[in-house]
Design a protein around this ligand. Structure first.
Ligand code: ATP
Length: 267
């Protein structure tokens, strides 16, 4: 037995506490969608229209999916992730049918957060001329989104993309994905927090979090998770070989950093 087996299953409910950095993103999500979702009275009093969705954009692995999941956790809502490429169907009307089914099953499972990833794969964009068949898919999605009364239906829509310039402008109008939020690569302070989040609950000793943050410029949250996983794996392998248990140390993390590369260079 011992410490290696202690970690067990992944925690079910992810909340904002599990997300490092991204303070402005958390604030914006809080104001724009969580508040009207959990306490609609104020918005009703002031006749403030709620509804529509937010669109998260930024480089891969920096927490778009993760913060959407945490948003569901904050609202104690079900998280329903959808990849746009999975719903696209070459048969006429197939994609529209898939979309309607997803929305109706989400409705049946409210409260829910519907997360639509790869929003750039839908509709008109630079790499793909607009076609009539795409148009009706876009219209179907817009109809579904505009039909949601956030406060009464208890359903939130969060879209995401790595290529915001490729998102069909029709999605960016009021009542649709009218709020665009940049999910940035983590700065030094955020990287420190992410290391702390990922290493807590694991057996560690003498960790210099400032050093880790400083040495991982351009690492995404996913890259940091990978560093921690790599270091953990090395320690477990060693323990299995030697039979001597020990916690994760700085040297393991240094080695893991040396063996990985940052992925957010282009941004
Ligand atoms: P993609 O554009 O490729 O879909 P993404 O932005 O949706 O990427 P996520 O899937 O949210 O990226 O991130 C991958 C993993 O990296 C998450 O499951 C999480 O463990 C970790 N991660 C990323 N950013 C953060 C962060 N800010 N705080 C904590 N963990 C993070």
């Amino acid at each position: 037995g011992g410490q290696a087996g202690k970690r067990g299953r992944e925690k079910e409910r992810v909340t904002f506490e599990d997300v490092g950095g991204l303070h402005e993103v958390k604030n914006a999500i809080h104001m724009k969608i969580i508040k009207p979702f959990v306490s609609p009275e104020l918005f009703e009093l002031f006749k403030k229209k709620v509804g529509g969705g937010i669109l998260l954009y930024g480089p891969p692995g920096c927490g778009k999916t993760f913060i959407a999941k945490a948003t569901a956790g904050e609202c104690r809502a079900r998280f329903i992730p959808i990849h746009i490429s999975d719903i696209l169907d070459p048969y006429i009307g197939g994609s529209e049918q898939n979309l309607r089914e997803i929305f109706s099953s989400a409705r049946a499972n409210n409260p829910s957060v519907l997360f639509l990833d790869e929003m750039d794969a839908l509709g008109y964009n630079r790499s793909r001329a607009s076609s009539n068949s795409m148009r009706t898919v876009v219209d179907t999605l817009l109809t579904e989104i505009e039909g949601i009364e956030t406060s009464t239906e208890k359903m939130l829509i969060i879209g995401a993309t790595n290529m915001p310039w490729d998102v069909d402008p029709a999605f960016k109008r009021p009542g649709r994905f009218d709020k665009m939020i940049f999910v940035s690569p983590p700065d030094e302070e955020a990287r420190k927090t992410i290391f702390q989040i990922k290493l807590t609950e694991r057996p560690v000793v003498d960790i210099d979090y400032d050093w880790l943050a400083k040495e991982t410029d351009l690492y995404s949250g996913a890259d940091i998770e990978n560093v921690v996983e790599t270091a953990t794996e090395m320690v477990i392998t060693e323990i299995m070989k030697t039979g001597v248990e020990r916690p994760i140390q700085m040297n393991d993390l240094k080695q893991a950093i040396a063996s990985t590369n940052p992925s957010t260079i282009e941004w």
